[in-house]
Design a protein around this ligand. Structure first.
Ligand SMILES: [Zn+2]
Length: 358
């Protein structure tokens, strides 16, 4: 079904846009033969630099803004920020992981890594056990919260402050919000009751949470800026106050440095070393389980301490986040920061362009 019944939706044509044509062209080129999107935003002002999309029927901007999907492990960044802010974890909290965790009949896999890990390594290695256990411990914390409803309501308020959940009201038609498990939703969905373990999948960005690639790119913006963002927009020189008002997240300022460093480690020595380069990129890979082959996801920004660009790449059935989404993001970042691709990167772009998944 999908969008095939209605015609594809394209970008606005009224007035000058914030899009950088060369970046947009590169995004479109790298998405050839694939279904997905490449979104890039200038963290300084919320201007959308690139919003390339592709589907079996050609480009359709709703792929980036109107189709909430599981964020996978990219969501672990928002989890870490929330749990640090609430004092549920510290940067020293460690969790034991033996290639996953078994709880009753449920077995969750994780890849081989040394154990136990603390926060920054848990982000860099993307440890599932770490993020499932810590999220469940927040929701089940009877000292901090009177009820589970209260715990999930507070959790949700952090996520909403980072631009997740509802639509962001950008200036492109066709936007949809996403799912953020709330108390009403959970009480309806799990009639026999629920606790932290019921919904712990959300800790790794699966289950009762979905986001659009636009929202995930904005999440990267909030981290790049250590706690603020402008609502993303595509019309240059907009006078609309909505896009000129700085929004603060609810996250405690001191929660940002360790998460930024964990994302730096991911590129330097973790799951995203395929895009390690001479300038400091911070990133987080995601591999989203679904009915077909996994979706490949990446969010990131660069440079680490003077961020100029934030990126989200979401490629359906693209495999591991490190396989496809991360290299695409790396090329987009290089094109923007360097103004062109190196010879090696150009060869990499050619290989990615030739990869047909549709
Ligand atoms: Zn693990």
């Amino acid at each position: 079904m999908g969008f095939s019944m209605i015609s594809a939706q394209q970008l606005p044509t009224d007035g000058p846009l914030t899009i950088r044509p060369l970046l947009q062209q590169l995004g479109e080129r790298l998405l050839k033969g694939k279904t997905g999107s490449v979104v890039a935003i200038n963290p300084d002002n919320g201007e959308i630099l690139c919003i390339a999309t592709n589907t079996p029927n050609g480009s359709d901007v709703r792929q980036a803004i109107g189709k909430p999907q599981a964020p996978g492990s990219t969501f672990k960044t928002a989890q870490a920020l929330t749990l640090l802010s609430e004092g549920i974890i510290t940067t020293e909290t460690t969790v034991e992981c033996k290639e996953g965790i078994t709880d009753g009949n449920i077995k969750v896999g994780c890849h081989k890594h040394r154990s136990p890990l603390a926060l920054k390594d848990a982000l860099a290695q993307s440890c599932n056990t770490w993020f499932l256990m810590t999220f469940a411990s927040m929701i089940n914390d009877d000292f901090m919260y009177e009820t589970r409803d209260e715990a999930i309501t507070i959790w949700r308020s952090y996520m909403q402050s980072m631009g997740l959940g509802g639509p962001m009201h950008i200036d492109i038609e066709g936007e949809q919000g996403g799912l953020l498990a709330g108390a009403d939703y959970l009480n309806r969905r799990y009639k026999d009751g629920w606790d932290g373990k019921t919904i712990w999948w959300a800790g790794m960005g699966q289950g009762d949470v979905t986001c659009t690639p636009l929202q995930l790119c904005n999440l990267a913006v909030t981290i790049a800026n250590r706690g603020w963002f402008y609502v993303p927009h595509i019309h240059k020189d907009t006078q609309n106050k909505r896009y000129l008002t700085k929004r603060q997240t609810k996250v405690q300022p001191e929660a940002y440095p360790p998460v930024v460093e964990g994302m730096r480690w991911a590129v330097d020595k973790g799951t995203a070393t395929s895009i390690k380069t001479t300038y400091p990129i911070c990133g987080k890979t995601g591999t989203v389980e679904n009915l077909g082959a996994d979706h490949s996801v990446f969010i990131g920004f660069a440079p680490m301490n003077e961020p100029k660009i934030a990126v989200c790449v979401y490629i359906e059935h693209g495999g591991f986040g490190a396989d496809l989404a991360a290299p695409v993001a790396g090329l987009i970042i290089e094109e923007y920061l360097k103004g062109q691709l190196s010879e090696t990167s150009e060869a990499k772009a050619k290989r990615i362009e030739g990869k047909k998944l549709n």
